[in-house]
Design a protein around this ligand. Sequence first.
Ligand SMILES: *Cc1c(COP(=O)(O)O)cnc(C)c1O
Length: 387
Amino acid sequence: MSFEAIAEAIHAVIGSTESEPAILQEPYFAGNEEEYVSSCIRDGWVSSVGAFVDRFERDLATYCQTNHAVVMVNGTTALHATMVAMGVKPGDEVLIPSLTFVATANAVKHAGATPHFVDVETQSMGIDPEALTQYLDKHTQRKGEGLYNVKTGKCIWGIMPVHVFGHPCKLDSLRDVARHYGLQLLEDATEALGSTHCNGAKIGSSGAAIFSFNGNKIITTGGGGALVTDDAQLAKRVKHITTTAKLPHRWAFEHDEIAFNYRMPNLNAALGCAQLEMLPRILQAKRALAKRYIEQFSELENLSIVTEPEGSESNYWLVTLRLENNAYDAQALLGFLHEKNILARPVWKPLHSLSIYQDAPRAPLPQTDHLAKNIINLPSSVKLGLA
Ligand SMILES: *Cc1c(COP(=O)(O)O)cnc(C)c1O
């Protein structure tokens, strides 16, 4: 299969890119976005409190079939503040995949903890529960309440799985692992709003999960993030430490700890309310686009589109092409596609190979290294799926 034929298959799905390049993912505004944002300016409620903040939190919790949502300035701060609220301590280690955006690891560092990289499985591209169990059995030890890394002597606080490109990871099994070893679990669901687990429940419907509303995500607030959880205490605690730990009072400034200002402004929440109204339509377009790519690539040798794990539903935030049997060089293919105005992108450089994380503890990462070389993301914007 030539590069030319791959470009042809992509063009058959997304149309010509001669006059306009096809970028990876652009936001889609077709509802009440302008009206809601304008109303903030009209009414003067643009900043850190306002009706849209409360409404966005309510709507988000309802959408995710859970009880509480706390919105924040972005996904990274939401991960950070929630880990802190869940009790991570400086010096702890947090098990995360290496195949993720750098913010997952950065949030761990912001909390004073250390990312500890573990391998993924190739189907969902999320943490592999079996490999994790084998690894923990061999390399950790229980002492009192805690699970300790034998090599570093540090306490392992928890697991932070990522639903990569919107595909739900094997969360049920990872929850079993967490329970078995006495670990906390916080989902980095920043890419997976609208996806569902294999039991039919929405991502975020139980436990604690973090979303991002950055401009490149499935819906956007400009910049933003949120915790959704069924744990009232956790939601209350995160709200408190992300709003300067101010005690409620009509006029007095009393703060009971040194906390963060991670509040999402009302302007951004207004955009979020309008975008959330659009989400069903956006999901429909994303899934229609993915289906067309899947069909188009089904006959092509050594190539396939990553499909949602069996039983679960992916939001298909990004459509991913697998290059199989070492038949293609991803870098060369990306170069060719960019020549054709198809602005496909590689997956992230695995975090353990970044100089900033080269000393972080890690499990063997064979699948991570394999995937990093053999998948690329294709243009996935909503408008491409509407046609
Ligand atoms: C986008 C993203 C984040 C961070 O979200 P921001 O809102 O950009 O801070 C964290 N983890 C993953 C996997 C992401 O894709």
